[in-house]
Ligand binder design. Structure first.
Ligand code: URA
Length: 233
């Protein structure tokens, strides 16, 4: 793709603004060499004021989502895009979250502009497990794991039973739950259905990918090995 269009698609500004940046020598190759408007150059070779550009359209980005941010572009409150560079809202193709987390859920949230990858991750066929750590209002009773694993559990106002989910009790009021689907408020509704209440919820893993040491509120691009860990099968 021509340089001007590539930069505009990454949300850095209009084509006219990109032409001005290139003309003023602020967009260069990795060696600092000036470029033509219609150059086609590998994304990783580009620099803006000497620094690498944002991840390109094939990238997958991991965010450690903090509490209180909605997975939406329009919500009047705080949104996950507030944490990413402002430019991400103007990208073509758009950068979208891969699945969603509630406003009050923290943890691993992936984003990509690669529609094929997004659909592979959320497709039931890929069976990508999602691991949640729940802190509950009341002590666990001991029967939850069997109910969650049954494959017959029904949530209120739904007609299809939940797929079996694995519960590991980690404390009196804490548990790790692995889901193989993603229904609306699923973890909270599952615990509500067995008479409990989720006080805090954190997503620790998607497929074989964990947050590692990424601090809360921070994001970074995944490398190829990490991307491969998301879809296990
Ligand atoms: N289940 C929930 O209840 N909330 C989330 O954010 C994700 C799964």
């Amino acid at each position: 793709m021509k340089l001007v269009k590539h930069l505009a698609n990454l949300g850095y500004g209009s084509r006219k603004e990109m032409m001005a940046l290139i003309r003023n020598g602020r967009i260069t190759d990795a060696a600092g060499g000036e470029l033509d408007f219609d150059t086609t150059i590998a994304h990783k070779e580009l620099r803006y004021d000497g620094k690498p550009l944002d991840p390109d359209a094939s990238a997958v980005v991991m965010l450690n989502k903090p509490l209180g941010f909605t997975c939406s572009t329009k919500d009047p409150g705080r949104i996950v895009y507030d944490i990413l560079p402002m430019r991400f809202r103007f990208r073509k193709p758009p950068v979208s979250p891969i699945g969603r987390l509630d406003r009050d859920t923290t943890g691993l949230l992936l984003f990509t502009a690669d529609g094929n990858f997004l659909h592979r991750v959320i497709s039931p066929k890929s069976n990508v497990p999602k691991v949640y750590e729940a802190t509950l209002a009341r002590p666990l009773t001991g029967g939850e794991a069997t109910i969650f694993a049954s494959g017959t559990m029904m949530l209120e106002s739904e007609t299809k039973p939940l797929l079996p989910a694995e519960l590991v009790v980690t404390g009196e009021k804490t548990a790790r739950l692995t889901l193989h689907e993603g229904r609306y408020h699923q973890v909270r509704r599952m615990f509500a259905a067995v008479g409990n209440h989720v006080d805090a919820l954190h997503r620790a893993a998607v497929g074989g990918l964990t947050l590692g040491d990424l601090p809360e509120g921070q994001w970074r691009e995944l490398d190829a090995q990490e991307v491969a860990k998301v879809i296990l099968s």
